[in-house]
Design a protein around this ligand. Sequence first.
Ligand SMILES: Nc1nc2c(ncn2[C@@H]2O[C@H](COP(=O)(O)OP(=O)(O)OP(=O)(O)O)[C@@H](O)[C@H]2O)c(=O)[nH]1
Length: 298
Amino acid sequence: MNQITKTAVISVVGRPNVGKSTLTNKLVGQKVAIVSSKPQTTRTRITGILNRDGTQYVFLDTPGLHRPRSRLGDYMCKVVTDTVSEVDAAVLVVEPIANIGPAEESLIAQLKQHRMPAILAINKIDTLKKEELLAVIAVYAQAHDFEAVVPISARTGEGLDELLTEIGRYAIEGPQLFPEDMVSDQPERQLAAEIVREKMLRLLDREVPHGVAVGVERWNEREDGLIEINAVIYCEKASHKGIIIGKQGAMLKEIGRQARVDIERMLDAKVFLELWVKVKEGWRNNQYQMRNFGYEEL
Ligand SMILES: Nc1nc2c(ncn2[C@@H]2O[C@H](COP(=O)(O)OP(=O)(O)OP(=O)(O)O)[C@@H](O)[C@H]2O)c(=O)[nH]1
């Protein structure tokens, strides 16, 4: 195997829903961060690791920067601010729109404040004509002196080799930070819980899944190779519990079915997944319960 001689620790920042998690997963070649079409999907900092051509790339996928409305929201913003200041370089991911929003302005201000080398990744170029791209590049080039501007599609993979080449310039000589077979620092239990949450974000209306947390309560690897997982979905209201369970349990069954397929792929093993739903009012504003669900203290 190729000896690792350099490392690059890179934060992936950007406002909610621009495709940071899709990008991290694609770069790493495996699902380490969950993806949905709803903003504020990612709640904690997720690390994705890629070893290529003697360099170990460590990507810190951050929650999208937004105005906090709850304690969980405060925590998500703090994760972004902390991450920007402790990495070798940042990749700012933006939508292919020729207009800079307040979230992008705020992130650019943070990059300037920390004198952080930043690469601009204009994502979702599969949705846009080449001529339209020039206007987007022009607007961002005026706002900040980016080290490089790379148009990409996290979905199709277009531009990602170029992006890696740019990122590679910020790699520094040194021993690898993580073992070579590791793609994420998230424990498998937490990834499994996140996958269940992803399915809820995709299958349910917006209001419900943003108030849920998932905890894995039992994880048993049987001798015959089957992995038994029991997870509890905590929601904020009794009415949400009914929606999550669905008519004759149909929704919960579908959440479980889709989650099991992804968890089996992640673990490369057969999985028996059992899901329960419990009501825990106001957990998003409760420090203790947040810690319980894996969101560290502020
Ligand atoms: N067409 C297109 N859609 C994309 C691309 N990248 C991501 N998306 C979609 O954009 C949506 C948001 O993607 P995420 O990766 O969850 O975005 P995020 O920035 O991590 O979002 P938060 O977790 O809310 O911060 C999903 O529906 C993705 O499928 C892309 O290159 N092209």
